[in-house]
Design a protein around this ligand. Sequence first.
Ligand SMILES: [Mg+2]
Length: 172
Amino acid sequence: MEKYVPDLYQKNIFEINYKNLSSRGIKFLIFDLDNTIALITDRHASEEAIKLFEKLKKKFKIMIASNSIGVRVKVFATELGIDYRSNCRKPKAKELEQFVLNSGYKLSEIAIIGDSMMDDVVCGNRIGITTILTDQLGKKEFITAYLKRRKERKVQKKLRDKNLFTKGRYYE
Ligand SMILES: [Mg+2]
């Protein structure tokens, strides 16, 4: 069950204590896109997100790693001024792992941030980087993500019973 448990858990990307991440030695942040940075109905990055990433870029290397197709991801990455990888097939770790191993950063310096326990957290834990879970930004999901939520709810019930994770109980 440990592979589902994030190292940190916050309501959204705006609530994360990035100073704290810095002092933990994190230098490279890998963000999920859908329901983490943007709603699935959004076509452009929000003012709020642009402002946040403007600040973060001064302190961290930043990248989007999304399971979505290239065109959508590219729009957001371009507007936010950061690198991206699309069609990532999280929770599969192989490709992303290969990428981060070649990035020049140590695993202990990298964190993945996303709203999906089944995709983002599991992928990050497989690679061995810091995992940060957020709540989903909006209720609407792409169908693949929606189907995974059912399993996620079952997993989260088990985690709650074992006192390993409780939704809404944020920690860092
Ligand atoms: Mg997502």
